[in-house]
Design a protein around this ligand. Structure first.
Ligand code: G1P
Ligand code: ZN
Length: 544
């Protein structure tokens, strides 16, 4: 095998964000750009000579080209074997599953998650460690620092390999094994859930479901598991073919981007259960007949009903939620007598807690739910979890949520996103809040008294590492919260996220919209931070 060492110069914009390095495709296509980052990943790791790497992606534009570059660099850097999903596909949770099952050294996932795909859209790359989870900050910082000093990378000169057929091939001295991207994941789902009960429900003649794969990676997984293995009617899976540009759509499972699915959830021929997943298969949205389940509620309901699912019949060790996720799950943990951890935004913070056996379930308000079965959030898993609950409880989605609110109380919740705002204004807004945290304490505004205000920082409960500046929290005496943070995944300007929440005990107004119920707090959220002054925006672009 002839290793070629290529001279290069650093780029200064390769700091991984909330989940890996995300940029426009055109940025990744610059000469040496992807290579520099991949070499920085390999240089940040130790002890992988002869070991196995897993590589796959969500099928978006540039996925296949990037895979070929990475394979050659992996061979030159001394990996013994790379396991690759056929067609270069592996959903993010499936990649995590494969890394763990085959005891790989780590993995590289090519995805920009829910961001649009295509030549003018987004691409991304991230490294997952041997536990199957996103690299911890220690490693992502090392990768970034190496990217600032890189002056050469290693590859081999050889033809591209066939990535469309299952089997083994040699690339230089390294073995490349093309695997079926679905099998290991589907087997795992069968070992967790009560497939018999779910089959009975789906063939009862009184129940129907729709799953919107959004022309992204979960299509083939959902067709295999839902339609083939569980016997859901043909056509249950919508937009099932993965496309390089996701059909021009935005593969993010929310009420705005899954409109077709939402329209199928009311009216005469509506389905009883609707769900969707994102570009790389780690997010989920849950719908019932004319009913939307907020992700924070979904996490709480999954936790409260976990023992109905065979894989969690022994109960939960503990639970974690990201800081901006609603406090609904805290009350479930309280009632179950288990710990509930509050972590910064991003899945990487759950890894240590899962590895240490401190938690079984975790989730984020951003349509992410997961458990100790892998080290990523898992869209289809969450959908199957709900299907399993529905099969056992034999109630509608709405009735299950109403029952939950009656038992645990309700957290009215919304998130307002101001997208693509000038970075300068967004940073100034955060700085101003940061400077005012002490001053805000004790203030009474429009009937709401501020009990506490801080810039959230988190000390890892396992390795004691400290992550600071994770978002401004304003906590009111009523239990309400307003949280401000800047997105770490966007590729255009800055995105300001404002999270607004009010827990209520009353069961009146069950069907009133969060925007109405939270109107006063929403107004407060824009005056406290002077959103219009800093961003020039009167209203958010996306409300979830
Ligand atoms: C967003 C979500 C966050 C999630 C991440 C990756 O990050 O808010 O919860 O972990 O995508 O899916 P953000 O853009 O807010 O940094
Ligand atoms: Zn995703």
């Amino acid at each position: 095998m002839k290793i070629k060492t290529v001279s290069t110069t650093p780029f200064d914009d390769q700091r991984p964000g909330t989940s890996g390095l995300r940029k426009k495709v055109k940025v990744f296509q610059q000469p040496h750009y992807l290579e520099n980052f991949v070499q920085s990943i390999f240089s940040a790791l130790e002890g992988f000579q002869g070991k196995t790497l897993v590589v796959g992606g969500d099928g978006r534009y540039y996925n296949r080209e990037a895979l070929q570059i990475i394979l050659k660099m992996a061979a030159a850097n001394g990996f013994g074997k790379v396991m690759v999903g056929c067609d270069a596909l592996l959903s993010t949770p499936a990649a995590s599953c494969v890394i763990r099952k085959y005891d790989a050294f780590g993995g590289i996932i090519l995805s920009a998650s829910h961001n649009p795909g295509g030549p003018d859209a987004d691409f991304g790359i991230k490294y997952n460690a041997g536990n199957g989870g996103p690299a911890p900050e220690k490693i992502t910082e090392a990768i970034y620092n190496l990217s600032l000093e890189i002056n050469e990378y290693h590859t081999i000169e050889t033809a591209d390999i066939d990535i469309d057929n299952i089997g083994e091939q040699m690339l230089g001295d390294m073995c490349v094994e093309l695997i079926n991207p679905i099998t290991d994941y589907a087997d795992m789902m069968e070992s967790i859930f009560d497939f018999d009960a779910m089959r009975t429900l789906l063939s009862s003649g009184t129940f129907s479901m729709r799953f919107d794969a959004m022309n992204a990676v979960t299509g083939p997984y959902a067709e295999e598991i839902l339609e083939q293995q569980l016997g859901a009617a043909e056509g249950t899976v919508l937009r099932g073919d993965p496309l390089e540009d996701f059909g021009g759509a935005h593969p993010d499972p929310n009420l705005k981007h899954a409109r077709e699915l939402v329209a199928m959830m009311y009216g005469d021929n509506a389905a009883n259960f609707g769900a969707a997943s994102d570009g790389d298969g780690d997010r989920n949205m849950i719908l019932g007949y004319d009913f939307y389940v907020s992700p924070s509620d979904s996490l709480a309901i999954i936790a409260a009903n976990a023992t109905l699912v065979p894989g969690y019949a022994q109960g939960l060790a503990g639970i974690a939620r990201s800081m901006p996720t609603s406090q609904a799950v805290d009350r479930v943990a309280d009632k179950l007598g288990i710990d509930c951890y509050e972590t910064p935004t991003g899945w990487k913070f759950f890894g240590n807690l899962l590895d240490a056996g401190k938690i079984t379930l975790c989730g984020e308000e951003s349509f992410g739910t997961g458990s100790d079965h892998v080290r990523e959030k898992d869209g289809l898993w969450a959908v199957l979890f709900w299907l399993n609950i529905l099969a056992v409880r034999k109630q509608s989605v709405a009735d299950i949520v109403y029952d939950h609110w009656r038992t645990f109380g309700r957290d009215v919740y919304t998130r307002h996103d101001y997208e693509g705002v000038p970075a300068e204004g967004a940073n100034a807004l955060m700085e101003q809040l940061r400077a005012n945290t002490d001053e805000l304490k004790g203030q009474s505004l429009d009937g709401y008294t501020i009990e506490h205000c801080d810039d959230f920082s988190y000390t890892d409960a396992v390795d004691n590492s400290l992550s600071s500046k994770q978002g401004i929290r304003i906590l009111f005496t009523s239990g309400a919260r307003i949280i401000y943070r800047l997105s770490g995944t966007g590729t255009d300007g800055a995105t300001l996220r404002v999270y607004i929440e009010q827990p209520i005990d009353t069961l009146e107004n069950l069907d009133r919209e969060p925007q109405q119920l939270l109107a006063k707090l929403i107004r407060l959220s824009s005056t406290i931070a002077e959103i219009e002054k800093h961003t020039g925006r009167k209203a958010p672009d996306v409300i979830t």
